[in-house]
Design a protein around this ligand. Structure first.
Ligand code: EPS
Length: 394
C-alpha cells in the first residue's frame, strides 16, 4: 500500500525521498517537520556533524494548501557538508574538495563487504551510502505517516533506555503522553524520561570520547491508540512483528530488536510469560499485563506497542585493526569523524520507520482515498470489535 524510497549519499548534494500511498486530506504543515528533524539531532554523544547540518526539509510534491493530495510526496534535504558528488564538478560556484581514497575498511562498517561486493578499492561510495545520514530523510518522509496516525488517534514516543551497559529507569506501564512530557524535560542532553541518569550518561560519554572510543545503547519506542488487528498471522510476510524487525534491523548498528519483554519471556515459565485476557462491556477487550508488547501472532492486540532496538557502538572512531584493500597489509583505518553514541537518534528514526509501517497497516486494512474514508472504516471496525464476538460464519 505505502511505498517509499530514499536516495542520497552522506556527503553528497542532498538526500531525497518519495512516499506513495498516503490518502488525501491529511494535514501536514512545514512546522510538522521541524520537531522530528530537530529531535533526531539530540544526544550528548553525537559527533560534530550535527552542528553542520540544519536539516531544512523542502517538500516538492504531494502536499497542497497544508493537506496531502493523494499523489506521491517527495522531499529533499540539502547537505551542508558536501564532498561526494554524483557528477564531475560543473565549476559553477563550486569548490570540490579532493578526498584521498579510503583503502582501509573500518571493521564494523559496511566498508569491506560492500567493497568486495561492488568491486571498489576505495570504500568511500559504500561508506557514504551506508552512513546513518540516510536516516535524516527517512525521518522527514515519515512525517506524513506520523500525521496520519495522529489523525487516527495514535500517538508515539521514542526514547533511550540504556547507554552502554548503564540502563535508565523506565516505567513498565506509562502512557505515551506521560513519557513524552518526561522526555521533553531532558531533551537538551538525552531523549530519556529518567532525569537521574543524565549526569552518569554524560560522564560515560565524556570518558569514551576522551579515549577515542564509542558506546552502544538501547532505544525504546511506544505507540498508544492502535486497534487490535493490524498485521496478520496468515502469512509470515504479513506478520507485523516480522515487518517491524525487518525495518528496524535495517538501521546502521542495530543488531537486535525486542518486542515487549521478549528477552525476559524467553527465560521464565509459560504460565507467567502470557498476558491474561479480560473483557468489560465498558472498555471491551483488554489485558492484565503487556509482556507481549502489543503484538501476538503478528497482529496488534490493542495494548501499547513496545519495541526496543539494540545498537552496537558506532565503529567510526574506534580504529580497530584492518588491512589495506590494495596491498593486503595490516593497517589501522584512517581516523573517521563519527558519533560517540547515537541511541537518541535511533529512538527518533526507529519511531519514524515504525510509523510508516503502521500507516501501511492502516491503509491495508481500512483503505480509502481520503482521510475521512479511512476514518469511517476504522470507526466501524472499532465498534464491531468492542463487542462480544458472536458466530458470523455459521
Ligand atoms: C556516521 C558518521 C557521522 C555521523 C553520521 C553517521 O558522519 P560524519 O562522518 O559526516 O561526521 O554524524 O550521521 C549523520 C551525519 C546524521 O545526519 O545522522 C556514520 O559513520 O554512519
Amino acid at each position: 500500500m505505502l511505498r517509499y524510497l530514499t536516495a542520497g549519499e552522506s556527503h553528497g548534494r542532498a538526500l531525497v525521498a518519495i512516499l506513495e500511498g498516503i490518502p488525501a486530506g491529511v494535514p501536514v504543515s512545514s512546522e510538522d517537520f521541524v520537531g522530528p528533524m530537530a529531535l533526531r539531532q539530540v544526544g550528548y554523544g553525537r559527533g560534530p556533524r550535527r552542528n553542520l547540518e540544519c536539516e531544512n526539509v523542502e517538500v516538492l510534491s504531494g502536499i497542497w494548501k497544508g493537506l496531502t493530495i493523494g499523489s506521491p510526496i517527495s522531499l529533499l534535504i540539502w547537505n551542508s557538508d558536501q564532498r561526494f558528488f554524483a557528477q564531475e564538478s560543473s565549476g559553477v560556484g563550486e569548490t570540490e574538495i579532493a578526498e584521498a581514497p579510503l583503502t582501509v575498511p573500518i571493521p564494523g562498517h559496511a566498508d569491506l563487504a560492500g567493497a568486495l561486493k561492488y568491486g571498489f578499492d576505495d570504500v568511500r561510495p559504500v561508506r557514504e551510502r551506508a552512513s546513518a545520514r540516510e536516516t535524516a530523510v527517512r525521518t522527514a518522509i515519515s512525517v506524513p505517516a506520523l500525521r496520519l496516525l495522529e489523525e487516527l488517534g495514535v500517538s508515539s514516543v521514542g526514547f533511550v533506555s540504556a547507554i552502554g551497559n548503564v540502563p535508565a529507569k523506565i516505567p513498565e506501564f506509562a502512557t505515551v503522553s506521560g513519557l513524552r512530557k518526561a522526555v521533553r524535560a531532558n531533551e537538551r542532553w538525552f531523549l530519556t524520561p529518567d532525569r537521574k541518569i543524565v549526569d552518569r550518561w554524560k560522564r560515560l560519554i565524556d570518558s569514551a570520547r576522551e579515549s577515542v572510543d564509542s558506546l552502544g545503547g538501547i532505544a525504546e519506542i511506544r505507540f498508544d491508540g492502535l486497534p487490535a488487528g493490524l498485521g496478520s498471522h496468515v502469512d509470515a510476510s504479513r506478520r507485523l512483528d516480522s515487518r517491524l524487525a525487518g525495518v528496524l534491523m535495517g538501521f546502521p548498528a542495530v543488531h537486535a530488536v525486542e518486542l515487549g519483554q521478549g528477552i525476559r519471556q524467553s527465560a521464565i515459565n509459560g504460565k507467567s510469560a502470557q498476558d491474561p485476557i479480560k473483557f468489560s462491556p465498558k472498555t471491551g477487550w483488554g489485558r492484565e499485563s503487556n509482556l507481549s508488547g502489543g503484538i501476538e501472532g503478528g497482529i496488534t492486540n490493542g495494548e501499547q506497542l513496545i519495541v526496543r532496538c539494540f545498537m552496537k557502538p558506532p565503529p567510526g572512531a574506534c580504529r580497530v585493526e584492518s588491512a589495506d584493500l590494495r596491498t593486503g597489509r595490516r593497517e589501522l583505518p584512517a581516523f573517521y569523524r563519527s558519533d560517540t553514541a547515537a541511541p537518541d537518534s535511533l529512538a527518533v528514526v526507529a519511531q519514524s520507520a515504525i510509523a510508516i509501517e503502521l500507516a501501511d497497516c492502516f491503509m491495508e486494512k481500512f483503505g480509502g482515498d481520503t482521510l475521512d474514508d479511512l476514518r469511517d472504516s476504522l470507526n466501524a471496525y472499532k465498534s464491531r470489535i468492542s463487542r462480544l464476538v458472536t458466530a458470523r460464519h455459521a
